[in-house]
Design a protein around this ligand. Structure first.
Ligand code: HEM
Length: 503
């Protein structure tokens, strides 16, 4: 009897769902929506999606044009693959498109849509952006943390030197670069290192690393239940249940860090600074807001650097002549007597060109962050109704042969002329919701990459080129972790010796 009743309620639910989808599709039918491939009832185009999405969408844009639409279940999605479409999104439609979709991940890891990444456009978001730019990522604050970045880069150089002081040695770079960026971020936040040698508390570090592995697995996972209510209803693959558990662990860890700093206020970390703001404005700087700010720094500001650096080194070992030219520039401007410093980067145009070219070919966020329309708008002459998800395929624009000469090849020289005009390069997005971490990202990537080039010779592990296949994830990782051969240059011996003398 009970079974029959639940069967009937399931059937009624499904019928209502189909009717709802049918009606919502009907209500869009009189509009001039962007072109779309044939779709199936209920699931729309979900069955067509192939990873990596940016490549699949690039193919679709070649058949359908630079603005096309898809349905993920009943959700309308518009994909933009042209500079003019992008410009329209982030100029005249910037406010209408200044929301992000409310995915389940934002409910838990985004503190119920209250962090700067997840919160809707409005006063709360504006306040958080203000805190990010004035209190966390301001030039003064970044300068105050310079010694952390310098020290972590040095520790990476030492680790490589230990293996390669006399001859070429094979090194696995992915984990080292990821350790570098996590340590930089966590030292700024809480004064703690969780990766590499000489860890203060190895059990705590292990727990942190394990949690981060799981968090990033979830951040990068695709979840069809987002678009198919039936799957959400049955919590498909336990996605939500697991996310709740991960959120609880992450939340406890972040609160633990806050409590530690509340007990001992002697350190000058970001948590200490936020706690002093809490004293003067307790209503605004509540612990949840502080936890949200820290979690955004960890989620948005670690993997992105590490992935960019891994792509940059991979591209360099595949292009020895570019590496040689970069080393010559470094030797001419910085020399072999001292290590490169952040303030040298502005005088190293070729190094900057290599970084821009890496961002062009391998943007860490190939489709930016999904945006959501809060009202009807028009892009490229097409109607984009309210509540449409909008994706900008930056990866496709970065490789468009109409915009770039020889677009698939790594040629830093194309950036030697200076800044790029218009909407053809967008590793950090545009408009109100563009990345606030650009300054920090450029400092870390510039210093780390410059140091690796200055201090080591780099080669491939075999005659074969490094495989540049892209893997799955929210950011665009390499499918295969980078392994390369490196050998310390003379400057490393000098640096190690100098540091020993000063120790
Ligand atoms: C190589 C490094 C980085 C890259 C390539 C990158 C890229 C991006 C992109 C493409 C967006 C989305 C823009 C849009 O959808 O319009 C974004 C947003 C964001 N990024 Fe970054 N990012 C990097 C580093 C950082 C760092 C270091 C931080 C902070 C510590 C950070 C914090 C954020 C935040 C908070 C947002 C959301 C802004 C909002 O919604 O208002 N990012 N980033």
């Amino acid at each position: 009897m009970e079974l029959t009743l639940s069967y009937i309620s399931l059937s009624v639910f499904l019928l209502l769902l189909i009717a709802f989808i049918f009606l919502s599709q009907k209500s869009h039918s009189h509009r001039n929506l962007p072109p779309s491939p044939p779709s199936l009832p209920i699931i729309g185009h979900l069955h067509l999606l192939k990873q990596p999405l940016h490549r699949y969408f690039y193919k679709l844009s070649q058949a359908l044009g630079p603005i096309f639409s898809l349905r993920f279940g009943s959700q309308l999605v518009v994909v933009i693959s042209s500079p003019s479409g992008t410009e329209e999104c982030f100029t005249k439609n910037d406010i209408v498109l200044a929301n992000h979709p409310r995915f389940t991940i934002g409910k838990y890891l985004g503190y119920n849509y209250t962090t700067v990444v997840n919160s809707p456009y409005g006063d709360h978001w504006r306040n958080l952006r203000r805190i990010m730019s004035l209190e966390i990522l301001s030039t003064n604050r970044l300068n105050a943390f310079l010694s952390i970045r310098r020290d972590e880069v040095r520790q990476l150089l030492y680790r490589l030197y230990q293996k390669s002081s006399t001859d070429f040695a094979k090194v696995e770079m992915k984990s080292k670069l990821s350790g570098l960026t996590f340590n930089i971020t966590m030292r700024m936040i809480a004064g703690k290192r969780y990766y590499g040698n000489n860890l203060e508390n190895s059990a705590e570090a292990e727990e942190f690393r394990e949690l981060m592995r799981e968090v990033f697995l979830y951040v990068g996972a695709s979840n069809p239940a987002e678009f198919l209510p039936v799957l959400r209803w049955i919590d498909y693959k336990g996605f939500e249940k697991n996310l709740i558990k991960i959120h609880e662990r992450m939340d406890a860890l972040l609160q633990g860090l806050i409590e530690e700093h509340r007990r001992d206020r002697s350190k000058k970390t970001l948590i200490d600074h936020l706690l002093s703001l809490q004293e003067s404005q307790p209503d605004y700087y509540r612990d949840t807001i502080i936890r949200g700010l820290i979690s955004v720094m960890i989620l948005a500001g670690t993997d992105t650097f590490a992935i960019t650096l891994e792509w940059a080194v991979s591209l360099l070992v595949n292009h020895p002549q570019v590496l040689k030219k970069a080393r010559t520039e470094l030797d001419a401007h910085v020399g072999q007597d001292r290590l490169i410093e952040e303030q040298d980067i502005s005088k190293l145009p070729y190094l900057q060109a290599i970084i821009s070219e890496t961002f062009r070919l391998s943007p860490a966020a190939p489709m930016l962050i999904p945006h959501m329309s809060s009202d009807d708008c028009i892009i490229g002459g097409f109607d984009v109704p309210r509540d449409t998800i909008l994706l900008v395929n930056a990866w496709a624009i970065h490789r468009d042969p109409k915009l770039w000469d020889d677009p698939i090849n790594f040629k830093p020289e194309r950036f030697e002329g200076g800044e790029v005009e218009g909407y053809k390069l967008m590793p950090f997005g545009f408009g109100r919701r563009a990345c606030p971490g650009v300054g920090l990202a450029q400092r870390v990537v510039g210093l780390a990459l410059g140091s690796l080039i200055q201090c080591f010779e780099w080669e491939r592990v075999s005659e074969d080129l490094v495989d540049l296949t892209e893997g799955k994830g929210a950011t665009m990782p390499k499918a295969e972790p980078l392994e390369a051969m490196c050998k310390a240059r003379d400057i490393m011996k000098k640096v190690v010796l100098d540091d020993r003398n000063h120790a």
